[in-house]
Design a protein around this ligand. Sequence first.
Ligand SMILES: NC(=O)c1ccc[n+]([C@@H]2O[C@H](COP(=O)([O-])OP(=O)(O)OC[C@H]3O[C@@H](n4cnc5c(N)ncnc54)[C@H](OP(=O)(O)O)[C@@H]3O)[C@@H](O)[C@H]2O)c1
Length: 294
Amino acid sequence: MSEKRKILLQLDTDSRSSSFDSVVAVDSGVDVLLCHSDVTPENVVDIVYGAIFTRPAKHLQSTAIFVGGSKVAAGEEVMEKIVGTFFGNHRVSVMLDSSGANTTAAAAVVAAMRHFDAGDEPLAGKSAVVLGATGPVGRRVVRLLASSGANVVVGSRSQERAQEVAGEISAAVEGSQSITGAATGEASELAAAMDGAELVIATGGPGVCLLGEEARKACSSLRVAIDLNAVPPEGIEGVGGTVSGEEIDGVICYGAIGVGGIKMKIHRSCVSSLFDSNDRVLDADEMLAVGRSF
Ligand SMILES: NC(=O)c1ccc[n+]([C@@H]2O[C@H](COP(=O)([O-])OP(=O)(O)OC[C@H]3O[C@@H](n4cnc5c(N)ncnc54)[C@H](OP(=O)(O)O)[C@@H]3O)[C@@H](O)[C@H]2O)c1
């Protein structure tokens, strides 16, 4: 009986594990939450052994791992080590959401998809611009948009960084869609990048305005604008944090808190789905699929 209780190991790369992630875990139906902090690729192996060698194989789906923490790159390294430690059927389902980057990126793309033509590929062939796209959230948004068939402009203050990120993601995503880098820091550069854009997603750092009102209004092709920055001033000027699918100047808009409802639903559904089997590996792409299923 006790072997079937749902146990989640919450592995945090920070020195204190996230109370946010703990609360979501409990709200997602986890029976027992075991929190570990300061987790690294070196010390995670013993934690994984503890997860995979304790219960019989038929009950391993009742144990799962969540990787979190404020540093996305550190979480990715831990996740890679965890998956590499599994062998045969000695594995449990695992989910990576350091800094909320995966669930946030997936939620933004789910929100965007709602407002383009219905069908299996609502973003196929659409023109999207991601501002501040060189951060962990932006990179994931670019990847998800591109793998959904959109042509994506990767925006950054630096042309070099933008092209580097565009090149990395182009190499990782299949399909004929274009992924190009563009400097967007100056007004003229931003206007050129936004020319013809149907979707813009601002993924800049907290409190950074990347698209002013004038530039937003000047983009006549724009249909959907999504801002993921919750800290004032807005990342897209005029789109308040709580805006959720409302029309502003003829464009459907979302602010960070507006997207937050979808993000929370994706987070809870993903934690819950970890216990469906013992072999799920949930990264941004799988989270997008979960979000699209709502
Ligand atoms: N709702 C949620 O749960 C949630 C979860 C995670 C993140 N977020 C929000 O999503 C956004 C993106 O997160 P992130 O961690 O990917 O952000 P980040 O790494 O802090 O910043 C993303 C990019 O923004 C650009 N940037 C930073 N400071 C700037 C400045 N002063 N002026 C202009 N550009 C600047 C940088 O690009 P360049 O240097 O290349 O220009 C940077 O790579 C943040 O606002 C974050 O708060 C929300």
